[in-house]
Design a protein around this ligand. Sequence first.
Ligand code: NAP
Length: 312
Amino acid sequence: MTVSVYFAAGRRLWPEYEAHLPEALREAGIDAEIRLNAPNPAAVDYIVFAPSGDITDFTPFVNCKAVLNLWAGVERIVGNKTLTQPLARMVDPGLTEGMVEYVVGHVLRHHLGMDAHILGQDGIWRNHILPPIARERPVAVLGLGELGRAAATALAALNFPVMGWSRSEKKVAGVDCHSGEAGLAHVLSRAEIIVLLLPLTPDTTSLINAERLALMPEGAFIVNPGRGALIDDAALLAALDAGRIGHATLDVFRTEPLPPDHPYWAHPRVTVTPHIAADTRAVTAARVIAENILRGEAGEPFLYLVDRARGY
Ligand code: NAP
């Protein structure tokens, strides 16, 4: 029987997926018809979704077996009351690789003090300022899920003493794992570089507030490729102005695109990257979608299902 897949992630993304999704479904042995619209919503078996796409009301898709999100973060869909179908988020090896590279790159930039040489070539030979080696620089990764674990493991492989923090207790080889409020205070008060890879939920909104920023070592660096609203912006700006926080590299913001007049753009201690830390890669994501459809058709549990109550 032909499976009906509605690609509702927006026409902008379609050319990329057109090159890979039909092939991935074929390779998985799935006979599928992919449509960019749904004239008969009741006939749709699976929805490939992105928040920038076409659907806000899932009610008419009465026979849809799963909504397959192209993004890792689900905060813009998880609260949609019309969505009663199972929701899977994206766990994509290509996305994970991209995130590991972003995190390692920006952590090393701060660790090695690269800016001093890249931005400060003034003819003065300052060979007395040497960065410590990685094993002397404690770093922390908040969020030990698919992305946080991979980033923490890569940093540990470079000899950084890595601490991690998550909701439930975790064991990650080479990472000193913590959880709970006391665990957060432990990690924040020791890490000189903090990487945020938490999902945005009611529990994590403004997690990095004035009180928690005050726990961090003087001059600590923050790298946030998680979600903008994990940080209380006013508190961060105050900590940056005071030099309490040495620098923040921010990829994600409460409002995106970040408005041109936002103080982050001009702040000397802030680096803005425009939500490019890690994109879902169509070539690898198409295989993940095919695998989940195969599971759905075989009556097996879907991979990467979102827990609506937890919000991620
Ligand atoms: P994930 O696998 O769902 O992992 C989330 C981690 O956060 C888990 O370790 C979880 O703890 C922890 N967590 C959740 N709520 C918490 C809380 N209240 N207190 C402490 N820890 C908490 O997610 P992921 O795939 O790693 O992705 C993480 C986030 O990265 C996404 O949600 C998205 O916002 C962001 N992202 C950004 C980009 C970009 O380009 N900038 C790209 C992709 C993703 P447990 O392990 O105990 O559940």
